[in-house]
Write a new protein. Structure first.
Length: 95
């Protein structure tokens, strides 16, 4: 009984760590590219090439982060050993 718990906890922790580590790296790259994209839009606006509507841009960015949160919830939901997964994910995210 204890052995099964430790096996499930360890497997969940390993999956959580791997996913947390990978998602943190992906998220950092995503935020960098998003910032680069927004800076390029602001540059083009300053040159008079395009016209930006700030409300629409803010709504688009909010939608991107909302869909990322939905993606994370979709990954976490089916994991059977949630405690081990949560601990592993937290350690992976901090690494």
């Amino acid at each position: 009984m204890v052995s099964d718990f430790l096996t499930n906890f360890g497997a969940g922790a390993f999956v959580g760590f791997t996913l947390g580590f990978t998602l943190k790296r992906f998220f950092n790259l995503f935020v960098f590219l998003l910032g680069l994209y927004i800076l390029s839009l602001l540059f083009l606006q300053s040159k008079g090439i395009i016209n930006i509507h700030p409300e629409a841009l803010a709504g688009w960015v909010k939608g991107l982060f909302q869909s990322f949160g939905d993606f994370i919830r979709g990954i976490v939901a089916p994991v059977s050993s949630l405690t081990g997964f949560a601990v592993g994910f937290a350690v992976g995210w901090r690494t």
